[in-house]
Design a protein around this ligand. Structure first.
Ligand SMILES: NC(=O)C1=CN([C@@H]2O[C@H](COP(=O)(O)OP(=O)(O)OC[C@H]3O[C@@H](n4cnc5c(N)ncnc54)[C@H](OP(=O)(O)O)[C@@H]3O)[C@@H](O)[C@H]2O)C=CC1
Ligand SMILES: O=CCCC(=O)O
Length: 304
C-alpha cells in the first residue's frame, strides 16, 4: 500500500518509519523539509509540498501540531485541497478540536475526496512500537481502506461515527490525562517526602531501604506515572515525548468543549493554569512532566 505522510515531528517521524518498516511505500513532506532526510534513509520518497504528496498518493496521513497547522496544510497554497478529489482519501491524526476537523471534512468533501479524523492516544514509544490507540471518525469506507495502516500504527482502532467524535474523544482522554498527571506529580512530591522519611527510618532500624522500595512498589501505593516519569523529573530532565505546549493546547480545547456543553471542570481548569504557567516559564517544548517545575515553584518540596 502507498501512503503520503505530512508532518514529521516526534509522532509523525515514528509513525512514518513504522509504516516503512512494515513494507508500505511512503512519500513524506514536512514544513522543515530537511527533516525528511531521516525517512529517506529508511526508504521514503519526498514530496515538495502537501499538494505534491496528495497528487502522488491515493491515501495521505497528516500528524501536525495544532488546529492552525492542520488548517494551513489543507487550505493554504500548495495544500491538500489543490490535489484531493474523487478516489483519494485524507486522514488527519493530529489532535485538534471538532470544529477544525469539520472544516477539513467539508473542504475535502467539496472536492470529491474522503476524510477521516484519527487522533491517537499513546506517546513517542507507543508510536515507535505500533501500539497507539486510534480514535477515528468520518468516512467509513475510507476508514475500512485504512485498516491495514491502522493495524501497523496501533494496537486498537475505534470507529466512533460522525466527524468530530474522534476529536472530542481524544480531548476528553487528554483532559483527564493532563489533570491526573498534575495530581500525580503533586501526590508524588508528598509521597516522596514521606518516602524519604520511611527510607531513613528503615535504614536506622537496620532494614534494607531497597527492600522497602521493592515492597512498596508491589502494593497499593505504587504509582505508575511517578515510576515512568519520576526519575527524569528528579534530575530536572524533560526530554520531550509529549511536548508540554501540546498538552496545554489539548487542555484548552477540552475546556472549550466543556464550555460548549456547560460541563463544569474545576480540576481541569486548575491543571490548565499550571500548564499555562509552565509555558510562560519557557517550558513549552519540554516534556509535559516539566509542569513539575511550576509545582515546585508554588511551594512544593524541591527534595522530591
Ligand atoms: N507527542 C506525543 O506524545 C503525542 C502528540 N499527539 C498530537 O500529535 C500531534 C503532533 O505531535 P508531536 O509530533 O509531538 O509534535 P511536534 O511538535 O514534534 O511536531 C509538530 C509537527 O507539525 C508541523 N507543523 C507545525 N506547525 C506547522 C504549520 N503551520 N504548517 C505545517 N506544519 C506545521 C511541524 O513541522 P516542523 O518540523 O517544520 O516544525 C512538525 O512536523 C499534535 O497534535 C499532538 O497534540 C498525540 C498523541 C501523543
Ligand atoms: O496526546 C498525547 C497523549 C500522550 C499519551 O497518551 O501518553
Amino acid at each position: 500500500m502507498e501512503v503520503g505522510f505530512l508532518g514529521l515531528g516526534i509522532m509523525g517521524k515514528a509513525m512514518a518509519a513504522n509504516l516503512l518498516r512494515h513494507g508500505f511505500r511512503v512519500t513524506v513532506w514536512n514544513r522543515t523539509l530537511a527533516k525528511c532526510q531521516e525517512l529517506v534513509a529508511l526508504g521514503a520518497t519526498v514530496g515538495e509540498t502537501p499538494a505534491a504528496v496528495v497528487a502522488k498518493c491515493r491515501y495521505t496521513i497528516a500528524m501536525l501540531s495544532d488546529p492552525s497547522a492542520a488548517l494551513s496544510v489543507v487550505f493554504d497554497k500548495d495544500g491538500v485541497l489543490e490535489q484531493i478529489g474523487e478516489g483519494k482519501g485524507y486522514v488527519d491524526m493530529s489532535t485538534v478540536d471538532a470544529a477544525t476537523s469539520s472544516k477539513i471534512f467539508e473542504g475535502v468533501k467539496q472536492k470529491g475526496g474522503a476524510f477521516v479524523e484519527a487522533p491517537v492516544s499513546g506517546s513517542k514509544k507507543p508510536a515507535e512500537d505500533g501500539q497507539l490507540v486510534i480514535l477515528a471518525a468520518g468516512d467509513k469506507t475510507l476508514y475500512d481502506d485504512m485498516v491495514p495502516a491502522f493495524d501497523v500504527l496501533g494496537k486498537k482502532s475505534f470507529f466512533l461515527g460522525e466527524i468530530g467524535n474522534g476529536a472530542k474523544m481524544k480531548l476528553v482522554v487528554n483532559m483527564i490525562m493532563g489533570s491526573i498527571s498534575l495530581l500525580s506529580i503533586i501526590t508524588s512530591i508528598l509521597m516522596m517526602n514521606s518516602l524519604s522519611e520511611g527510607l531513613c527510618l528503615a535504614d536506622k532500624s537496620g532494614l534494607s531501604p531497597q527492600t522497602l522500595l521493592d515492597v512498596l512498589d508491589l502494593g497499593a501505593i505504587a504509582n505508575p506515572m511517578f515510576k515512568m516519569k519520576g526519575p527524569t523529573m528528579l534530575q530536572g530532565s524533560y526530554n520531550p515525548a509529549f511536548p508540554l505546549k501540546h498538552q496545554q493546547k489539548d487542555m484548552r480545547l477540552a475546556l472549550a468543549l466543556g464550555d460548549e456543553n456547560a460541563v463544569s471542570m474545576p480540576v481541569s481548569a486548575a491543571a490548565n493554569e499550571a500548564f499555562k504557567k509552565a509555558r510562560s516559564l519557557g517550558l513549552g517544548d519540554q516534556d509535559f512532566s516539566a509542569v513539575y517545575e511550576v509545582v515546585k515553584g508554588a511551594g512544593g518540596s524541591g527534595q522530591a
